[in-house]
Design a protein around this ligand. Structure first.
Ligand SMILES: Cc1cc2nc3c(=O)[nH]c(=O)nc-3n(C[C@H](O)[C@H](O)[C@H](O)COP(=O)(O)O)c2cc1C
Length: 344
């Protein structure tokens, strides 16, 4: 696997998502795009330092480039955690300044750090001093009644002074009272202009945009200059997870590669079989891997049967590649039937 040293400021990334972007998910996404930067789920400094490290941080080189996302607000602990992650071979370390959950607020990290730019600066500086990897920050445009102009500018200034390598902005506020984390991904309105304004004011700082980007066409449009300002990258979360086939367009249409890594979703599954077989041999259940593949074939004939087959059968302790192949066969059959009907 080719390494991309400039993985910070990456033009295209799949967002960190708790419970979703685990190592199996990333291995699958990597089959669909060689160039996208992939992220771990958020992992807290306490877990990195004191928890079961291999289970939390273990990953395979085939997934690279991968950025690990840390949750924390103690500079010394973040430095220690960053060093541990660097030793594990991650390509970048990202600090979470965007998660609004109560648990995270209790720990005084995540989105509530939007109110403490100086502390975030100290965190970034400590991580930069601890590792030679790119150190990046993923944040919101503000929280609650903050003025998004001032809040994001203050945070960015503190991060810049600490030497941050990229700022990824989820282009909406987080409302810390009264909204669930899920609502906080949809309810506060998106403000892409705010992110362009940030880039305009910081032309030499890599700035990426995230939030509500549903497909590759929208992603490409956001990479086009607006009033002379060009963003450095885009990050997709839910769309990439729920419709992973869109990742097949990333290498060619975002990075200008001549060909996608595999021709289509069927070829992607075939290319992924060796990984699944290996994981099965180490005792990983099929469903732990295929749960990240349920969005494949979205909108195609047979997709519902494919999903149902996997949801029902992949949980069996002995389920293996045959189960996956049987699920895929539903799509092949339904598509062949559709073709015959269209030709008739
Ligand atoms: C299931 C789920 C889990 C998430 N977990 C994290 C997380 O661990 N760290 C983080 O910074 N953002 C997390 N997010 C937010 C996403 O990274 C992203 O900012 C958000 O979904 C908006 O992007 P989208 O509209 O492309 O999905 C999560 C989102 C989802 C849907």
């Amino acid at each position: 696997m080719q390494r991309y040293p400039a993985c910070y400021g990456s033009k295209f990334a799949v967002a960190p998502m708790m419970d979703w972007t685990d190592r199996h998910c990333r291995a699958f996404h990597r089959v669909l795009s060689r160039r996208a930067l992939l992220y771990t789920e958020m992992v807290t400094t306490g877990a990195v330092i004191h928890g079961p490290r291999e289970r939390l941080l273990g990953f395979s080189q085939a997934e690279q480039p991968v950025a690990v996302q840390l949750g924390g607000s103690d500079p010394a602990e973040l430095a220690k955690a960053a060093r541990i992650c660097a030793d594990y071979g991650y390509d970048a370390v990202n600090l979470n300044v965007g998660c609004p959950s109560d648990r995270v607020q209790d720990g005084r990290f995540g989105a509530c750090l939007m109110r403490e730019p100086a502390l975030v600066g100290d965190c970034v500086a400590a991580m930069k001093a601890a590792v030679s990897l790119p150190v990046t920050v993923k944040c919101r445009i503000g929280v609650d009644d903050q003025d998004p102009g001032q809040a994001l500018d203050a945070l960015t200034l503190a991060c810049r002074q600490a030497g941050v390598d990229e700022v990824v902005v989820h282009a909406r506020k987080a409302w810390l009272q009264g909204l669930s984390p899920k609502e906080n991904r949809d309810v506060p309105p998106l403000d892409y202009d705010r992110v362009f304004a940030l880039k305009a004011a910081n032309p030499d700082l890599p700035v990426s945009i995230n939030g509500g980007i549903r497909d590759i066409d929208t992603a490409r449009a956001l990479l086009v200059a607006r009033d002379g300002v060009t963003l450095d990258g885009i990050m997709l979360g839910r769309a990439a997870y729920q419709d992973p086939e869109l990742l097949l367009r990333v290498d060619t249409e975002i990075f200008g590669e001549a060909e996608p890594p595999v021709a289509d979703a069927f070829a992607a599954i075939e290319a992924f079989e060796a990984y699944i077989a290996h994981q099965r041999e180490t005792g990983v259940r099929l469903a732990s891997i295929t749960r990240h593949m349920l969005g494949l074939f979205a909108g195609k004939p047979g997709a519902r049967l494919y999903r149902r087959h996997l949801s029902t059968h992949a949980v069996a302790p002995d389920a293996g590649l045959d189960t996956l192949r049987a699920a895929v066969a539903h799509v092949r059959e339904a598509m062949a039937r559709r073709e015959r009907e269209d030709a008739a």
